[in-house]
Ligand binder design. Sequence first.
Ligand code: UDP
Length: 362
Amino acid sequence: MKKIVTVLGARPQFIKASVVSHAIKKADNLKEVLVHTGQHFDANMSEVFFSELDMCKPDYFLDIHGGTHGAMTGRMLAEVERVLLLEKPDVVLVYGDTNSTLAGALAAVKLHIPVAHVEAGLRSFNMAMPEEVNRILTDRISRWLFAPSDVAVGHLRREGFAAEQIINVGDVMLDVALHHGGLKSTRPGLLEQFEIHPGEYVLATIHRAENTDHPERLRVIVNALLRVAAEIPVVWPLHPRTRAILQQLHDWELLKRRIHITEPLGYLEMIELEKNAGLIATDSGGMQKEAFFHKVPCVTLRDETEWVELVHSGWNILQPPINDVEIAKTMFARIGVKGENVVPYGEGGAARKIVSVLRSVS
Ligand code: UDP
């Protein structure tokens, strides 16, 4: 029996890990130990995904959150190391690009435990992003690089990784989207609750530091969404960080009157809103891909994106948050627009491929 310790801690990681954890459970020679760092800890940023996506409770909850990036990552490093010394796994599995990803990988490699990185090879080429630093360093110290696309494979090859380390498995988020999105409705009655109609609303999410930590950029985004909301409903589930900043900086009461502002939603509610939206406006990586999976156009409110295939194929357009009039104009123009028929992230089955590699670890 081989033991895998999975280290995770943030919302998108629970979603990605859910399908891999299920596949591990089905494998006869693998056992998974789940370590939740505590990076996201609110019930609607963490627990809801474990219950909706039918995941086992974490074996360890480290309760580490808040503080500066360095302090948070350092505390995680020490605590994950303690768990690894106790558990002595054969492999450490990490996802994406958060501080939990880097801490898990670094703790493992220093104990000579091989690391498997899911969503390897993504690059924004913007080292000011904490995520870019985390993903480059994690790739560097990983033994298996599970890339979601040919573009990601290309980045890794150019950076000099050995061909046998790089495995294009496709995107695990597609596995999750196919599993749940195939259902006719994941949350019947949700649109009625918001008094919105299929194809006739915009779904927005904003959480990246490059937007939330720059008042001018956030103001442009808010003003753009207010412009759009004057013509067509906008639903905006707010990340806790974004909410905290918006409540300080903006006319909160006005925002709540004009825009359907909600708490962070569960995955099944989110899918229902994504599938039926006329447009998704976001700075989230996962949302850009889910827009494509559900064939909904996307406007990305950033200067660059890691998921360039979606821009090239016309499903997504980059709109840096500089001018609210321009952004609102783009959003109106993109509603209902479809891109090319492309298959950049495989056809599902990423989790199965990852587990088949992990099963053969000697
Ligand atoms: N998501 C969710 N509820 C929300 C907002 C997002 O379930 O209120 C899901 C979304 O469907 C996607 C994932 O969270 O699967 C994206 O995570 P996030 O935007 O936090 O991180 P990123 O993808 O940018 O790393």
